[in-house]
Design a protein around this ligand. Structure first.
Ligand code: KDG
Ligand code: MG
Length: 453
């Protein structure tokens, strides 16, 4: 394209001398010439002027970050939602991060990432990494708008036509879960996560669905203004889940990809047994079989079965993934782009994973906002080792407050070809839905002792 060729910044070169830019500007014709001159000047003087943190609850709580610049109308929107700890992230952004950013050049995405990661001295942690991701996403959004390109282009361009998506299906018994998987398949999904209530246990992770604007796929309603309690026992769980997948394979055949989320509830030995017992049903992956502190136990799972393992939605330090990847203890990298520190670092993890045949499955739950889902899909479109992407449908009210986000058709997700991430926030509307205190549930064993939820 003519304009792109004529612009050294778009080609990733450093704008060394204004004179050189001018020579190139001279090569462009007519209107192109004016655009070139304006963008070159704009880029050399662009500054961050404000960082707005928008906490809003259109159906559930979200933390949006809006980074404004010295160029009127040029801003970026990121997501910094951390379910149940929204206000801690908002305070980190407002009190500690925003003052460091005012006056900085928003184009220095990597340098800003490094400053925000290293400057606190206290590295990582979910609150800090989520706050950092909110800024990082907003900066990539700005960079895309400046370049006039969708973010996936800046990440290297498309490697695939669409992004294989999965959604959730659940039920109180095997037949209900089977029906839910069928509905998702009729809607176009080729991959479905299946969960079922465990007989005799009150409340099972992933089994209480709330109504959505899309009838075929659910969002899990597990928020309350004080933690509710679910009961978990490994015995009944380990006996039920292989039978669920035996039922599903028998009734649904081999075509549909099936996934299951353990939600970090098992010990390594229990998880190894489950992965082994599930092997005949050929899961796409078994998710978070053990909690992160027991990740050494993944070795035991590996020795016992060939069920693919996805891990990491509550891992927030990028470095924690390094041994999981290099020792090939996981098959799918499953952190949330928005909880691991943003696109800048997720892209690096994906590159490391590529060399070890580990694929990506970025966490995409209802409790992260559309800019995070969009960022995941932009990355999925650009990397070689994409695996699968979790998809949820947002209710209309959330889509009005936070417009834009990935599209879904025929089992695949995509993004519109608009510049940046393709999402926004309506600040005025957001104010109509103020924050509501909410917690995730707690889990206890039958004897009353606390267990991982
Ligand atoms: O905030 C917790 C949720 O994001 C989590 O329970 C969802 O495990 C989850 C998943 O795989 O989507
Ligand atoms: Mg999960």
């Amino acid at each position: 394209m003519k304009t792109q060729k004529a612009n050294p910044i778009r080609r990733g070169q450093k704008p060394r001398a204004r004179k050189k830019d001018n020579v190139l500007v001279m090569q462009a014709a007519g209107d192109d010439k004016k655009i070139q001159t304006v963008t070159t000047r704009l880029r050399s003087s662009l500054k961050i002027t404000d960082v707005r943190v928008i906490v809003t609850c259109p159906d559930r709580n979200y933390v949006l970050v809006k980074v404004l610049t010295s160029e009127p109308g040029l801003y970026g929107v990121g997501d910094a939602t951390l379910n149940g700890r929204e206000l801690a992230v908002a305070a980190t952004l407002e009190k500690h991060i925003a003052p460091m950013l005012i006056g900085r050049d928003p184009q220095q995405v990597e340098d800003i990432w490094q400053c925000l990661y290293r400057a606190p001295y206290w590295r990582a942690g979910p609150v800090q990494m989520t706050a950092l991701a909110g800024i990082d996403l907003a900066l990539w959004d700005i960079k895309g708008k400046l370049a006039g390109m969708p973010v996936y282009q800046l990440l290297g361009g498309r490697t695939r036509r669409g992004v294989l998506a999965y959604t959730h299906a659940t039920g109180n018994n095997f037949d209900e879960t089977e029906d839910a998987v069928r509905r998702a398949m009729e809607y176009g999904f080729k991959a479905v996560r299946a969960q079922v209530a465990i007989p005799g246990l009150e409340g099972t992770y992933g089994t209480s669905l709330r109504k959505t604007s899309e009838e075929t796929a659910g969002r899990v309603d597990q928020q309350a203004d004080l933690p509710t309690t679910e009961v978990f026992e490994p015995g009944p769980y380990l006996r039920t889940i292989p039978k669920l997948f035996e039922h599903l394979r028998l009734k649904l055949g081999d075509e549909v990809e099936l996934l299951h989320d353990v939600h970090q509830k098992l010990s390594p030995l229990e998880a190894a047994r489950l992965a082994h017992d599930l092997e005949p049903y050929r899961l796409f992956f078994l998710e978070d079989p053990v909690p992160p502190e027991a990740k050494d136990g993944l070795r035991l799972i590996r020795q016992r079965s060939a069920t693919p393992i996805a891990m990491g939605e509550i891992i927030h330090s990028p470095l924690d993934f390094v041994p999981l990847i290099t020792e090939r203890l996981i098959d799918y990298l499953r952190c949330a782009v928005t909880h691991i520190g943003g696109l800048t670092v997720a892209r690096k993890l994906a590159s490391l994973a590529e060399f070890y045949q580990v694929k990506t499955a970025w966490h995409g739950p209802a409790d992260v906002a559309p800019p995070a889902h969009a960022a995941s899909v932009h990355l999925d479109l650009a990397i070689q080792n994409f695996g699968i992407q979790e998809l949820v449908f947002f209710p209309d009210v959330a889509r009005e407050v936070i417009p834009g986000g990935p599209l879904f058709q025929g089992g695949y997700m995509d993004v519109e070809d608009s510049p940046g991430l393709g999402t926004d926030v309506d600040e005025e509307l957001a104010r109509k839905y103020p924050y509501r205190r909410s917690y995730l549930p707690l889990a206890r064993r039958k004897d009353g002792s606390v267990h991982d939820w």
